[in-house]
Design a protein. Structure first.
Length: 68
């Protein structure tokens, strides 16, 4: 009976450890996706600032040639 109780405790401990590991994997996956989102936001904001600077220095900045 003692062996069974000890075995049950070991199994419970392993189940808890598995749950903690799964939680850590979820947290890391969320952190990784937020890093990607931040990089995309930085790219968009950097492009916006670059075009604003070009517009400020050149007066009128157009990406395409105007059709006449």
């Amino acid at each position: 009976m003692q062996r069974n109780m000890s075995s049950d405790r070991n199994v419970d401990g392993l189940d808890n450890l598995n749950d903690y590991t799964n939680n850590l994997q979820e947290v890391l996956a969320e952190a990784e996706s937020s890093v990607h989102v931040r990089h995309i936001i930085q790219l968009v904001l950097g492009g916006s600032v670059a075009f604003e600077l070009l517009d400020r220095f050149s007066g009128t900045w157009m990406v395409t040639k105007p059709a006449f």
